[in-house]
Design a protein around this ligand. Structure first.
Ligand SMILES: *Cc1c(COP(=O)(O)O)cnc(C)c1O
Length: 385
């Protein structure tokens, strides 16, 4: 992988960790549907593989590719984004410790801290991702092990200053974790800005075709990456070879897909901001967005996720979601197809009544890569009713 760092992003996406197969010359990484590996004499492992929970060549190719794309030392691929988050927290924290998490985040991440880790004895404080001072104030020196941020965040597209928060984490002796699911390494590489760990739901843009659930952790440190791999071998939340293959296949086109997602999202944002039925539009590329300056410096472009408020209220927002024909009413995001949803009743229903509650008139779009004129016409008819 070492020399791959000299190549550009798209070259790494297609080649890192994926040399042609030694035994057959196959240009694509085979799906190693295998559990165990013949040993050349007792203790004589061929190519380092002994059992597929411990390591599998297809999964390893994905892990090496993700590490190369994020400029990290080690990638570890999991069966889901949540399994990746769970392993990372258990390796880096223990009962009695404390973490700082964003007040605008993937609902499942909040639920993980609240329902799985709070009873375990891990306390957390939520803080605004826009506000370095608030994050700094939430840190408890000696007790805070992680500062966790998502940028852009879900669903309000808040932007966190990765470099500034990395310094706060360093001063506090905590690790900075960045959920890079929305931006992907094509648009933003947190480890190069001082973050210690990146987590992904590869279910989203990395896979890119809404046909696989997966997750990953990429670490700046080889030691931490190795500890997570050992933990994964002990607990078993691995990505299967077919799932690993699908994500690997998705990564090859990540760059071209992200550019089109961004092109289409920008056009949709222009349309929405000019529409009478639409209230505030949330997109990091808007000049009046709170995080515009920071996003402009740490991101290549602003991504494919857009949220907006419907002026006529929550019921009208639900009707807009019901009326679209190309935008499919569904949870999840990051696939080639456009999706629409109402976070308050769908993806973020689990944070109702908490400090992460989102406006009920909010609609979230995952802008796909269909013909943008069709997407805009679809939204227009849905907003007009
Ligand atoms: C979907 C998602 C997750 C969880 O990943 P799964 O693959 O669904 O387990 C975590 N973070 C963000 C930002 C997500 O969108």
């Amino acid at each position: 992988m070492g020399e791959m760092q000299d190549y550009g992003f798209e070259t790494r996406a297609i080649h890192a960790g994926q040399p042609p197969d030694d035994s057959t010359g196959a240009v694509m990484t085979p799906i190693y549907a295998v559990t165990t590996y013949k040993q050349d004499g007792v203790g004589g492992l061929r190519g380092g593989y002994e059992y597929s929970r411990t390591a599998n060549p297809t999964r390893r190719a994905l892990e090496d590719c993700l590490a190369a794309l994020e400029d990290g030392a080690r990638g570890v691929a999991f069966s889901s984004g949540m399994a990746a988050e769970d392993a990372l927290i258990r390796v880096t924290c223990g009962p009695g410790d404390h973490v700082v998490i964003p007040n605008d985040a993937y609902g499942g991440t909040y639920r993980l801290f609240k329902q799985a880790f709070q009873p375990w004895g891990l306390s957390f404080t939520t803080a605004s991702v826009h506000d370095n001072a608030a994050i700094g104030a939430a840190v408890r020196p000696g007790q805070t092990k992680l500062i966790w941020i998502e940028t852009p965040s879900n669903p309000l597209l808040g932007v966190a200053d990765i470099g500034g928060i990395a310094q706060i984490a360093k001063d506090a002796g905590a690790l900075l974790v960045v959920d890079n699911t929305f931006a992907t390494p094509y648009l933003q590489r947190p480890l190069t800005l001082g973050a210690d760990v990146v987590v992904h739901s590869t279910t989203k843009y990395a896979g890119g075709h809404s046909d696989v659930v997966g997750g990953a952790v990429v670490t700046a440190s080889e030691v931490l990456g190795q500890a997570i791999a050992v933990f994964q071998n002990s607990t078993g939340g691995t990505a299967g070879p077919f799932d690993a293959y699908l994500v690997l296949r998705g990564l090859k086109t990540l760059g071209v897909r992200m550019d089109r997602h961004c092109d289409n999202a920008e056009r949709v944002v222009d349309f929405l901001t000019a529409h009478d039925a639409v209230g505030q539009v949330f997109y990091p590329g808007l000049l009046d967005h709170l995080g515009y300056q920071v996003a402009s410096t740490q991101m290549k472009r602003f991504g494919g996720m857009v949220s907006f408020r419907v002026k006529a209220g929550a019921a009208a927002a639900a009707e807009v979601c019901d009326r679209t024909k190309i935008f499919t009413l569904a949870e999840s995001l990051g696939g080639v197809e456009s999706l629409i949803e109402q976070p308050a009743t769908m993806t973020h229903a689990s944070v109702a009544g908490s400090e992460l509650e989102v406006p009920r008139d909010l609609v979230r779009l995952s802008v796909g890569i269909e013909s943008v004129e069709d997407l805009i016409r679809d939204l227009d008819q849905a907003l007009t009713g």
